[in-house]
Design a protein around this ligand. Structure first.
Ligand code: ATP
Ligand code: MG
Length: 635
């Protein structure tokens, strides 16, 4: 019997030991008992760290959409698969059952085929968070086309580079999107991009906002009339376990985005298994992940993981601030959400608005809270725990990456005791290692180092699209026989992991390696501080000194900045030590962030060293205007 659902801490340890002692046998049992295959594998795993080649469930045949949809039809055909909550709270929410999802995916798949899309073709999807986004993703998977979703907040230049990099044949987009009180002209942005993307042969357009868009003859087609004529069933393409399922570009926090390629079978098994356990999903639960499907979190934990478990997964089109800052909690109450998964940036933004927006709503349906994307600082963690979870819903701080395909370090709720700022323990089958600068494994507890994974797991990315060398160099060349994550971490006295920040962002002050997360965590403890980011700049004596960028909760407040600086440094001294005191502090209205909401320290580092003309790739920036303001403050 496989251990598909872990319910107790003891069980976690048992299963973990089993998964590490004999990974092949462990994953084989999970794969065999909980998924449908058209043909069995000939070999569970083969791997070669040196050449960065990994194969799971070799030679098996399957289609992931049969696992996510078809197999549920006879048991839960009328259950809601996707619950769509529109931007405008007045517009009725849409419940799409598994039966309906099946029909809509099949019709969409038939349209793709009619438009000349074949197995192995790359299709870019640039859609807002509407049901057609999930359906388009699944329709591609149905016929074996490789989807590459581009977050619909990206500019045309970011689209151009991604489309050309993956050599896509088709774009699926919409006339526009609703975002809070605004509408965005998505089709116009795509049109501009397509001036420089000759590989695109056709554009399918969803009508979402009824706007009057330009349709280019011979290239652009409205989707709905094609769907109306399409047949409601479509045989699932027989796919190989290792065929690519999708290409997804990383957030671009550290540099040029990488087109990570995920293959089908391993990704399916791991995203489904983690979903079940990390969120402790039960049959009548209503699970909501607030991420966009344009990010890996949305791929694995809005679409594939939940649907593979026959879950109800909420898709929210809007933003947390519209019509006001109570919107998330309104949705939790309205749909009786049981699991709520969001990012620290959203938690901090909502905490800044005060608890009155939360207190108005009945959040008693919540059982599990999740966090992903960045280290969650202690203050935000407690705010989330007290105001949202009412101290009865465990917080799962899930550490993982686009590259890992699924959650890697996380508590298992109701089992693993949580600890603020700690992602806690490796998930089943995950073998982390901390490495020192000389390439040695750091043994024991109460240690800190570079986070690596020393054994393959099923959902690891298989390559960077069109650039296997970059894949090898980035992840497998720093340490022999290891996957290098690029993040730093510490392991505490009981073996819990805390992510201390990106290794690129580590600052060496007077010979001490300082990670960004613990220092920012200390700064954020100050009651007036909303968010902070620290970077290093050259210093004659210390080698490097620390520069802090700090945003305050109440911008209108006329607190004396000199006093605040002293108080912040006092907090750092108390929590970490005088070594981590900031030499410079700039109070700013905002911090530069990626479009997924992560702080981009590499830009702040350039500003701190006055290299204003060397900011690097800024196409993934959410708020370029903030950068100029920060530069002006320095000058
Ligand atoms: P790029 O790789 O292009 O620089 P990115 O790393 O931001 O972009 P993602 O794959 O979306 O792209 O993010 C993964 C990274 O996010 C992790 O490597 C880590 O730095 C951070 N992260 C994610 N979840 C957590 C978490 N729970 N705690 C701490 N850090 C996290
Ligand atoms: Mg990364």
């Amino acid at each position: 019997m496989s251990n598909y659902h872990i319910k107790q801490f003891e069980e976690y340890f048992q299963v973990y030991r089993k998964s590490v002692r004999n990974p092949e046998q462990f994953w084989e049992e999970i794969a065999e008992e909980h998924f449908v295959w058209k043909k069995r594998w000939s070999n569970v795993l083969s791997y070669d760290f040196k050449n960065a080649e990994f194969k799971w469930f070799e030679n098996a045949k399957l289609n992931i959409t049969e696992n996510c949809i078809d197999r549920h039809l006879h048991t839960r055909g009328d259950k809601t698969a996707i619950l769509f909550e529109p931007n405008n709270p007045e517009e009725t929410a849409e419940h799409i059952t598994y039966n309906q999802l099946h029909e809509r995916v099949c019709k969409f798949a038939n349209v793709l085929k009619d438009q000349g899309i074949k197995k192995g073709d790359v299709v870019c999807i640039y859609l807002p968070m509407i049901p057609e986004l999930a359906i388009a993703v699944l329709a591609c998977a149905r016929i074996g086309a490789i989807h590459s979703v581009i977050f619909a907040g990206f500019s045309s230049s970011a689209i151009v580079s991604r489309i050309n990099d993956c050599n896509a044949k088709m774009v699926i987009t919409s006339d526009g999107s609703y975002r809070g009180s605004k509408t965005i002209d998505l089709k116009g942005i795509v049109d501009e991009a397509l001036n420089d993307a000759p590989c695109i042969k056709s554009v399918l357009v969803v009508n979402r906002i009824n706007s009057d868009v330009q349709m280019k003859e011979g290239r652009d087609v409205w989707l709905q009339p094609l769907l109306d004529d399409a047949y409601g069933d479509c045989t699932a393409e027989v796919m190989d376990a290792e065929d690519p399922l999708f290409i997804l570009y990383t957030s671009g926090s550290t540099g040029k985005p990488k087109g990570m390629v995920h293959s089908i079978a391993g990704y399916m098994v791991y995203s489904a298994y983690t979903f079940k356990n990390v969120f402790q999903y039960r049959d009548n639960d209503v699970y909501w992940c607030t991420a966009d499907i344009g990010w890996i979190t949305g791929h694995s934990y809005i679409v594939y993981g939940p649907l593979a478990n026959g879950a109800t997964s909420v898709m929210f089109e809007g933003v947390p601030s519209y019509p006001d800052y109570g919107r998330f909690w309104d949705i939790v109450e309205k749909h009786k959400i049981t699991q709520f998964y969001t990012a620290p940036t959203a938690i901090r933004a909502l905490a800044k608005q005060g608890a009155e927006f939360v207190d108005k709503y009945d959040l008693s349906s919540l059982k599990v809270l999740g966090s992903v994307g960045e280290p969650i600082n202690e203050e935000a963690w407690h705010w989330y725990d007290e105001n949202v979870g009412k101290k009865k819903s465990p917080i799962v701080d899930t550490w993982w990456q686009t590259e890992t395909g699924g959650i890697m370090i996380t508590p298992i709720p109701f089992s693993t005791p949580t600890k603020p700022t700690y992602a806690t323990l490796p998930f089943i089958g995950v073998q982390p290692a901390l490495m020192d600068e000389n390439g040695q494994v750091i043994k024991g507890n109460q240690v800190e180092g570079r986070l690596c994974i020393k054994f393959p797991w099923p959902s690891m990315a298989r390559t960077i699209w069109g650039n296997h060398q970059r894949y090898k160099d980035t992840y497998f060349s720093a340490y022999e026989n290891m996957y290098f994550t690029g993040d730093g971490a510490l392991r505490d006295e009981v073996g819990y992991y805390r992510i201390t920040g990106r290794v690129d962002d580590v600052i060496i002050v007077s010979g001490h390696n300082l990670g960004t997360a613990p220092i920012e965590d200390a700064i954020n403890e100050h009651p007036a501080v909303s968010e902070s980011a620290i970077v290093g700049f050259p210093h004659d004596v210390k080698g490097n000194a620390l520069y802090g960028y700090v945003t305050l909760k109440d911008v209108g407040e006329s607190r004396h900045h000199g006093n605040l600086r002293n108080e912040i440094n006092q907090l750092i001294t108390d929590r970490i030590g005088p070594i981590a005191k900031l030499d410079k502090i700039q109070f700013t209205e905002g911090l530069p962030k990626t479009r997924s909401g992560k702080i981009m320290r590499r830009i702040l580092r350039k500003i701190a060293t006055n290299e204003f003309d060397q900011l690097g790739d800024t196409s993934t920036l959410l708020n370029p205007e903030v950068v100029q303001r920060i530069i002006d403050n320095v000058k």
